[in-house]
Design a protein around this ligand. Structure first.
Ligand code: SRM
Ligand code: SF4
Length: 526
């Protein structure tokens, strides 16, 4: 390894923790931790290594941990959803869950003494939370309507599962990939609308047709993926992924993931945590050398990229009722305000999926839920279900596209509270403005950018601001993010607005850039 071979004294704190004991080693110690209680566990096990099992110590709520699952392609069964609901239900008001910006679920309120039981429950329904935090590959995202969408070019479900299985040893943990230099994000899309934000992943596969030579020496047009590398957000730097100039057929995707991860693991920069994501290695080496190293690990020549990819649609949010490719079946997207779920909501989602659909539930990177496979004959009744009053299929345009990271309620990096503030601000704006178009407003509590403000129409990033001699919660405003085809990152257009002064600023932006009208004026022109 490049700088992992340097002496332990020169290693940064996280490299030292990993060198002393692999993160995955705590798997064998869960029973012991449960009987010790959270206060007696060794601090580096409790605060860091447990994240290799998806268990996050929360300094904001000590003793009540967060658990981050892995939900490949964002697909959960009704049995799995019930198990997750039962887990958070036992914690009463402390328990809740969030749908994340990686099509995933996080549970709140978890007590360490319950971990053996929780992992046992996960096993019975095929859930895993392994390698979901720290220097591991995060939840792998895929098209939320894979296998349902009549226009899709490729159904991503199986491939996403195969990649997860390879990286996590089928959810049991895989020491081959538990000591990466930093976190790593993978996305794969087979639809035309880039539903996974491919451009903000360290490694992404986007659909593309290419001429390839057959064994008989003829040319034929085949489906596969162009490969993007190096996309990431961090507090110091944000980059969109760049083309690797490589195309792979579906059957080579897992091998290419392995090859890129091996190069990152063995050669990635480890000295400075702020400069350890994949793009920093690509910068240091240049794309040609990086591609060459990946090709060596891949074990055969990489074909050059297809001249054009197939991402040519605007991004869909899937909220509402849509026909599936299977005749007579529908999928229905429900809007879950800022992704927050109670145990009761989760039981209800599981019930609706079982009673009306085939038991399956899908999650989106917009922190929403899709219930697929509802027959035409059951649709009208489904739409009368009380849960749809809370999780609407036709929310107002600003509410509809609202995203928020966890923020100060549970996250110790947060500079501001986000979720409640995001909801209150949007409600106030919708009271005073008539807005007819969707406006994607993303809140993120600090520059780590978990709420992806750079992909938003209006992105709000938490910061601290001085006002009247006091430090108050504020935001920097980002604009210009474009998703779907021709995706590009937005940039900061205004810095340091105190949150208490934000509403009129947003109001003006909505009027100037998104055709919003004050309600009085809108009434007069009708
Ligand atoms: Fe994130 C760290 C929450 C998506 C960039 N992120 C954290 C931690 C673990 C910090 C902590 O220990 O408190 C947050 C946990 C708070 C909590 O209690 O929930 C956290 N990140 C989240 C989630 C839950 C936000 C959400 O509300 O949806 C998302 C979980 C995704 C998942 O299921 O795995 C989440 N984080 C993202 C994304 C968006 C994405 O992947 O599309 C990003 C930007 C993309 C990227 O990583 O390139 C992101 N999170 C970060 C970073 C900055 C990484 C860096 O290279 O510096 C950190 C800080 C770090 O890793 O040191 C971070
Ligand atoms: Fe926490 Fe910051 Fe990520 Fe929000 S953006 S979840 S505040 S680390």
């Amino acid at each position: 390894m490049t700088d992992a071979t340097t002496t332990t004294t020169s290693l940064n704190k996280f490299e030292k923790i990993k060198a002393e004991k692999d993160g995955l080693a705590v798997k064998a110690e869960i029973e012991k931790f449960a009987s010790l209680g959270w206060e007696a566990i060794d601090e580096s096990d409790r605060d860091y290594r447990l994240k290799w099992l998806g268990v996050f110590f929360r300094p904001v709520t000590p003793g009540k941990f967060m658990m981050r699952l892995r939900i490949p392609n964002g697909i959960v069964t009704h049995q799995q959803m019930r198990v997750l609901a039962e887990i958070v239900q036992r914690y009463g008001d402390d328990g809740s869950a969030d749908i994340t910006t990686r099509q995933n679920i996080q549970l709140r309120g978890i007590r360490i003494e319950d971990l053996p039981d929780i992992f046992q429950k996960f096993r019975t329904v095929g859930l895993t939370s392994v390698q979901s935090g720290m220097d591991n590959v995060r939840n792998i995202t895929g098209d939320p309507v894979a296998g349902l969408d009549a226009e899709e070019l490729f159904d991503t479900r199986e491939l996403v599962q195969q990649i997860q299985d390879a990286i996590t040893n089928k959810g049991e943990g895989n020491p081959e990939f538990t000591n990466l230099p930093r976190k790593f994000n993978i996305a794969i899309t087979g639809g035309r609308d880039n539903s996974v934000h491919a451009e903000i992943n360290d490694l992404a596969f986007i659909p593309a047709f290419r001429e390839v030579s057959t064994q008989q020496g003829c040319q034929s047009r085949r489906f596969g993926f162009n490969v993007l590398v190096g996309g990431f957000f961090s507090s110091k730097r944000c980059e969109a992924a760049i083309p690797l100039n490589a195309w792979v057929p579906p059957e080579d995707v897992v091998a290419l993931c392995r090859a890129v991860l091996e190069v990152f693991r063995d050669c990635g920069l480890r000295a400075n945590r702020q400069k350890s994501r994949l793009m920093w290695l690509i910068d240091e080496w240049g794309l040609e050398k990086f591609r060459c190293e990946v090709e060596n690990r891949f074990g055969k020549p990489l074909l050059s990229a297809a001249p054009k990819d197939e991402i040519d649609w605007e991004k869909r949010d899937h909220i509402g009722v849509y026909k599936q490719k299977q005749p007579g079946l529908n999928y229905v997207g429900l809007h879950v305000p800022v992704g927050r779920l109670t145990a009761e909501d989760m039981f209800e989602i599981a019930r609706l999926a079982e009673v009306y659909g085939n038991g399956e539930i899908r999650l989106t990177v917009e922190q929403n839920v899709i219930i697929p496979n509802i027959p035409d004959s059951r649709l009208v009744l489904f739409l009368t279900e009380p849960l749809l009053e809370k999780f609407s299929i036709s929310p107002k345009p600003l509410t509809r596209s609202l995203i928020s990271c966890t923020g100060a309620q549970f996250c110790n990096f947060a500079l501001i509270e986000t979720k409640q503030r995001a909801l209150a601000t949007i409600q106030a704006l919708e009271t005073e403005l008539e807005v007819t178009q969707k406006v994607r407003i993303h809140w993120t509590g600090c520059p780590n950018s978990c709420g992806q403000p750079q992909v938003a129409d209006i992105g709000l990033m938490g910061t601290k601001v001085r006002k009247n001699g006091k430090t108050v919660e504020g935001v920097d405003i980002y604009m210009g993010g474009k998703v779907g085809k021709d995706a590009r990152l937005g940039t900061c257009i205004q810095k340091g607005i105190p949150c208490e002064d934000l509403q009129p600023v947003l109001r003006d932006l909505l009027i100037q850039h998104f055709q919003a009208k004050p309600k009085q004026e809108a009434l007069a022109t009708h």
